[in-house]
Design a binder for this molecule. Structure first.
Ligand code: SAM
Length: 279
């Protein structure tokens, strides 16, 4: 019975790989890679000649089965294009299937963009939330940002250069004074850690069009922000959303997140607001 090794690979600088990772990649019977061409660059650099096969989001069941069969007779190393496999990268289904078949699943720890960004952010590291990629659709993004209102832990979110500005603008509209660290191109030539408030981050980005890979490290809510709104503020926020075409449910969900009020209390106010607004 072989072991499925989850081998972390560099997130930019090819030197960021452990001795053990190189040995495991050399000794494995097979390397399952998100993109074999990307992984080839790393394997060539360390003169690793192990056979590779692809394993990605759209991998067919038969390919996944072939990888599981290979585990019957030898070790398999799973790698993604960068960082830790399974962390916003392919791996989850294979890991679950390997565990179900009784294989050992063993991590070879190394780079992970979220952890690297958090460590260097200067924001509290004692408790944090990893949110993966921020929602793409505007309404989902607004609701997600509203949900951060009472989040006192540091939140980590992955971002693409095309999306980072909109996410920061939505954050700045809700929490202009909250701390954020924009971690860009970690371990690469243009590595940058910008630290400031969400409002100032917009000005920063305006002078520098987004380029490269980003992690946003968002500071937790401070007590003053968490203080619940007055009833009149909740009603006004609901009225505004209903007038802008929100359903009662969506308006209540968003306002609950922003106001610090329990959702069921906000839902109770929706009918009253609809009635007075003639909606
Ligand atoms: N498995 C990876 C890990 O362990 O970090 C994450 C893969 S996810 C598909 C890719 C995202 O990670 C990018 O869009 C970016 O948000 C973040 N990322 C990866 N490398 C990065 C780097 N060098 N600097 C900043 N962010 C990075």
């Amino acid at each position: 019975m072989g072991t499925l090794f989850l081998v972390a690979t560099p997130i930019g600088n090819l030197e960021d790989i452990t001795f053990r990772a190189v040995r495991v990649l050399r000794d494995a019977a097979l390397i399952a890679a998100e993109d074999t061409r990307t992984t080839r660059v790393l394997l060539d650099r360390y003169e690793i000649a192990t056979p590779t096969t692809s394993y990605h989001e759209h991998t067919s069941i038969s390919r996944a089965d072939a990888i599981l069969s290979a585990l019957e007779t030898g070790d398999v190393a799973l790698v993604s294009d960068a960082g830790t496999p399974g962390i916003n990268d392919p791996g989850y289904e294979l890991i679950v299937a390997a565990i179900a078949r009784g294989h050992a699943v063993s991590p070879i720890p190394g780079a992970c963009a979220a952890v690297a960004a958090l460590a260097a952010s200067g924001l509290p590291t004692d408790q944090f939330v990893f949110a993966g990629f921020a929602p793409r659709k505007k309404s989902a993004l607004t609701t997600w940002v509203a949900g951060l209102r009472n989040e006192s832990r540091t939140t980590l979110v992955y971002e693409s250069p095309h999306r980072v500005e909109e996410t920061l603008r939505t954050l700045a509209a809700a929490y202009p004074d909250r701390s954020v660290c924009i971690a860009r191109e970690i371990t690469k030539r243009f590595e940058e850690f910008w630290r400031g408030t969400c409002a100032a981050a917009i000005t920063h980005l305006e002078g520098q069009p987004p380029r490269g890979e980003y992690v946003l490290v968002i500071g937790g809510a401070v007590e003053a922000e968490v203080a619940a709104w007055e009833v009149g503020e909740v009603e006004a926020a609901l009225r505004e959303r209903l007038q802008n075409g929100y359903s009662g449910r969506d308006a209540a969900a968003e306002v609950a997140g922003l106001s610090g009020w329990p959702r069921r209390e906000v839902v109770r106010l929706v009918d009253a607001v609809k009635y007075t607004a003639g909606n």
